[in-house]
Design a protein around this ligand. Structure first.
Ligand SMILES: Nc1ncnc2c1ncn2[C@@H]1O[C@H](COP(=O)(O)OP(=O)(O)OP(=O)(O)O)[C@@H](O)[C@H]1O
Ligand SMILES: Nc1ncnc2c1ncn2[C@@H]1O[C@H](COP(=O)(O)OP(=O)(O)OP(=O)(O)O)[C@@H](O)[C@H]1O
Ligand SMILES: [Mg+2]
Ligand SMILES: [Mg+2]
Lengths: 468, 468
């Protein structure tokens, strides 16, 4: 007879840790650094704090062929309130980023996946030190994740009165890794992060005691992302039911104009008349079994009605053309560089902005195909390139049209910023082929490609003139 | 201030449904058919039942641009016991396949992801009819998934005395889809499933009323997969703790020889002496905080000790060289075909078998690269080809070595059977680059490639002889 049982989501990601990017010690060390750094950046630049981030990887003993590392990441971010520390690190699917806002984090899983891997490979608890701005205390917790119950199990706790004004978070995880083989990817990740965040200072100390330092080169920060209300095009039946249950709105008209973005009172009225619903109706009536058909009609109408304004894009936080040019120049010393930040679009109710940058010549080594730098919500993506929508677009471009003949010294950077990046997996390494995103990536790369073409044409003419 | 909250795993996969393969109506219709068919095949050929599977897709009304379909899949499988029906379909991460055995299912999510998508796009409950062998009753349930609680919400239930000896399961889900654009992939999926399962009869009725029929062409079934105990090389600290807590073993010696595969009494004794633990020790002492170091030493030792036998492979269920040849012949009418089932290997304590088949010429259209048919645990994989380890190996082969010049009429089939297939995502479309698997795929394809080479060489010589 078949043995039925349930699994907690912590057990699920412990057992299937390769789904989260923890398939082996090499990837696990990389992913642990990533998840911690991305949390630290979210805790700073989402809140107008000039990021100061310290990353340290030290050897922590070894048994047999197994190498254990202690990874510590500290930031000057907003910190975590004491009531939420245990769950933030000890409960899978617990997050402050389940709102509609452009952040690096979105799943409520990242740091927990790293803690689970550390726990099952090295057996040590995660250690957290944190203090929020304005708090008088620093809090300390050492904990394990009880996988069966998906709950934190605190093994040490403390708090001290703060003497200075430090605020931020320090997280220490011990895990099995392979520094010699993760090294180049981890360095690349940190470098590519620093390149598009010149307002951040990043220290990185390696197990060999080498200190890499990426200094802050500007105090000018991009505008932070803001939380948005849902857009009607992105609504589904479950969300609509939850919204009606939670909303204080007493009429359908009030529900639409209050709970959604891009829906004014006039538009709401026109829409409700078109879909055949009474604007004065109490929304809660739609939750009754006998009114199911009306609820479905409302959801369908919201998703397909063309009269709503586009999703707000001023809530998004692009890198910006200046920073992309500065970043590419500092990284490659090219002879030519340019960038474009496209106007916003939307897919399934989620606004997104595509940015592209191209660097050519100078210090760039000629290659058989463009060197592609992919970014999503300011995160550098280093794995799973071939199935990424960005790679598919860039590799499908006939670069001859832009006067580029391979081998050529060409670097292409593409960034997608959105309230929901459609990653292919929870390990956040590649982006799905959403048609609206695909066409916008193509437009962005072609736009900068045409500027490269003019430059190469002029350069070609100048060289001909010189030869005569 | 940041808004912290938790999410249930049902809410998580409803919100992030693209992770499970439900990114849009085209993929959702395909994935729904897949998840149901894979459950039906697991319910039959894992249990020595000659599979009879009926798939029907009908239009179920449309609203605006939205098209709703009713997908029904019925099988003659082992059915589901009444106590487990509601959870099997209404609780995400509930499964009978959380054991160490080669089955298509492994996550406890598949049918629930389809039900969630149907629920949020069409608003109808899933309907299940099921009866186990030997039961006097047929059971009926219509239910929704309560996403907030991750629990079934039953809206209709019934049971009837069975008049005949029918056993099996029928599942009906209504969802938004796009038949015209899913059509070719769904047909391809069913065809490729039938090709390697000639003991199965499959009926497929389309929305246009067309009936595709894949008749049973043999009653000879491959040996069914069997449940195995864990192998020491695959153990981690969490699993070891759970094992000790659940085991009745009163000594370490007993724990090792009873709870693991491939560990006899003599080997266990030798291993424990080598790792410095007392064979007579009560395993539960290792769970104490002060003995943490010993527990870690035991886990490390189990993972790295070379003296254990390889993981048992007779529990695996390959397709078999005969069936691969028959399947390729029936599908392509080639002039030449051959196949190999490799001897088993293991990665991280999980045994796996790689099989490869090649078909050449005859009815095959010449192409610029091999037509690649990927299979994992007898499931055809149709998406995400470029990041799959099988594609990476096959596309890296220099086929000139085997006398193949492109364009060429070449089909390559690769199947990986394992107690744990390392998929990249829960949507089960591509396989991670595990080094042991990668090298075994290469060996398998090269082995059949060498036979193709001989054939093409002889063919070439015969043609030369004829010309003279
Ligand atoms: N360094 C930090 N500073 C402030 N808050 C943090 C920090 N690290 C984690 N947190 C809090 O803990 C929560 C959980 O982090 P976790 O990485 O598990 O999920 P996430 O970042 O929300 O999403 P994702 O799984 O996509 O990373 C975060 O949402 C955040 O509120
Ligand atoms: N047609 C069926 N016949 C018998 N049992 C079934 C059938 N469909 C589902 N089940 C039962 O319901 C359980 C849950 O199915 P579900 O598809 O959600 O998960 P799974 O098949 O175990 O894993 P996966 O998520 O990888 O598909 C199965 O484990 C099986 O016990
Ligand atoms: Mg995170
Ligand atoms: Mg299944």
């Amino acid at each position: 007879a078949e043995k039925f049982r349930e699994m907690s989501v912590a057990e699920f990601f412990a057992k299937n840790r390769e789904l989260a990017g923890f398939s082996n010690p090499v990837r696990a060390l990389y992913q642990t650094v990533r998840e911690l750094v991305e949390n630290s950046l979210d805790a700073t630049d989402t809140h107008r704090i000039l990021s100061s981030i310290y990353v340290r990887i030290e050897e922590a003993g070894s048994g047999g062929d197994k190498k254990i590392y202690r990874v510590t990441v500290e930031d000057n971010g907003i910190g975590i309130p004491p009531d939420h520390i245990a769950n933030a690190f000890g409960r899978v699917l617990y997050s402050s980023k389940y709102v509609i806002r452009q952040t690096r984090g979105m799943y409520g899983l990242g740091v927990k996946a790293a803690i689970l891997y550390g726990q099952l490979s090295a057996g040590k608890p995660v250690r957290v030190l944190t203090s929020t701005r304005g708090s008088d205390y620093v809090y300390y917790r050492a904990l394990y994740i009880d996988t069966r119950r998906n709950e934190p199990r605190i093994v040490e706790a403390g708090q001290w009165r703060k003497s200075g004004s430090w605020h931020g978070t320090r997280v220490t995880i011990e895990l099995e890794g392979d520094w010699s083989r993760s090294r180049s990817r981890i360095l690349e990740y940190i470098k590519r992060t620093a390149v598009i965040a010149p307002y951040a200072e990043i220290f990185f100390e390696t197990p060999e005691g080498v200190m890499y330092y990426f200094p802050r080169s500007t105090t000018k920060m991009p505008r932070p992302p803001r939380e948005a209300k849902p857009h009607p095009h992105g609504i589904d039946l479950e969300q609509l039911k939850t919204m009606i249950q939670a909303s204080g709105a007493s009429t359908l008209l009030e529900l639409l104009s209050r709970e959604f973005q891009s829906v004014g009172g006039t538009t709401a009225l026109r829409f409700l008349r078109e879909v055949g619903l009474d604007p004065g109706m109490n929304p809660r009536l739609l939750l009754r079994k006998e009114n199911q058909r009306l609820l479905v009609a409302l959801a369908d109408g919201l998703r397909s009605y063309k009269g709503f304004r586009a999703p707000r894009s001023d809530y998004l936080s692009p890198i910006g053309e200046d920073l992309i040019r500065i970043g590419l120049r500092s990284m490659y010393s090219p002879e030519w560089v340019d960038a474009v930040t496209r106007t916003p679009r939307a897919y399934q109710g989620h606004p997104f902005i595509v940015e592209a940058g191209i660097a050519y010549g100078g210090g760039i080594e000629p290659r058989e195909e463009p060197l592609l730098l992919r970014y999503a919500n300011k995160i550098p993506l280093l794995y799973e390139e071939r199935e990424d929508v960005i790679y598919k677009v860039v590799s499908s471009i006939n670069w001859k049209i832009y006067n580029v003949d391979f081998p050529a010294p060409l670097v292409v950077l593409v960034h997608i910023a959105s309230t929901k990046v459609p990653y292919k997996g929870v390990g956040k390494e590649s982006i799905s082929e959403v048609p609206e995103i695909e066409s916008e990536v193509r437009n962005a790369v072609q736009e900068v490609g045409r500027r490269l073409k003019s430059y190469l044409y002029r350069k070609g003419r100048q060289e001909e003139a010189r030869r005569k």
